[in-house]
Design a protein around this ligand. Structure first.
Ligand SMILES: [Zn+2]
Length: 96
C-alpha cells in the first residue's frame, strides 16, 4: 500500500501528520537549546548562561569567561562549580 493509497483511504491521517510534524520539529529545535545552569531558562548552546543570568555576573567575570584561551574550560568549570554551589551570580569570580 503506497502513501497515496493510505491518504486516499484516510485523509484524517494526513491531517494529523500535518498538525503533528511541525510540533515535532519545533520540539527538536527547542531541545537543542540547553537550559541555563542557574535558572533553567532555555538558552542558546553556545552561551554559558541565559542573558539575564549572564548580565548578573560581575563585569570582570564576564570578561574572563569571554576569553578563549587554554584556560577557558577551566574557567567554565569554575563558573559551573559556583553556580551549582548556590553562590550568588553577583559574587561569582573566576581565574582572570
Ligand atoms: Zn539564567
Amino acid at each position: 500500500m503506497t502513501a497515496a493509497a493510505v491518504g486516499a483511504a484516510c485523509p484524517l491521517l494526513f491531517l494529523v501528520a500535518a498538525l503533528v510534524l511541525p510540533l515535532l520539529l519545533y520540539r527538536s529545535r527547542a531541545m537543542a537549546d540547553t537550559p541555563c545552569r542557574k535558572c533553567r531558562t532555555p538558552k542558546p548552546p553556545r552561551m554559558y548562561l541565559c542573558g539575564t543570568c549572564w548580565q548578573a555576573l560581575p563585569a570582570p567575570t564576564r570578561c574572563a569567561l569571554n576569553r578563549r584561551d587554554s584556560r577557558a574550560m577551566f574557567r567554565l568549570r569554575e563558573l559551573h562549580k559556583q553556580v551549582d554551589a548556590g553562590v550568588p551570580l553577583a559574587e561569582i569570580g573566576v581565574t582572570p
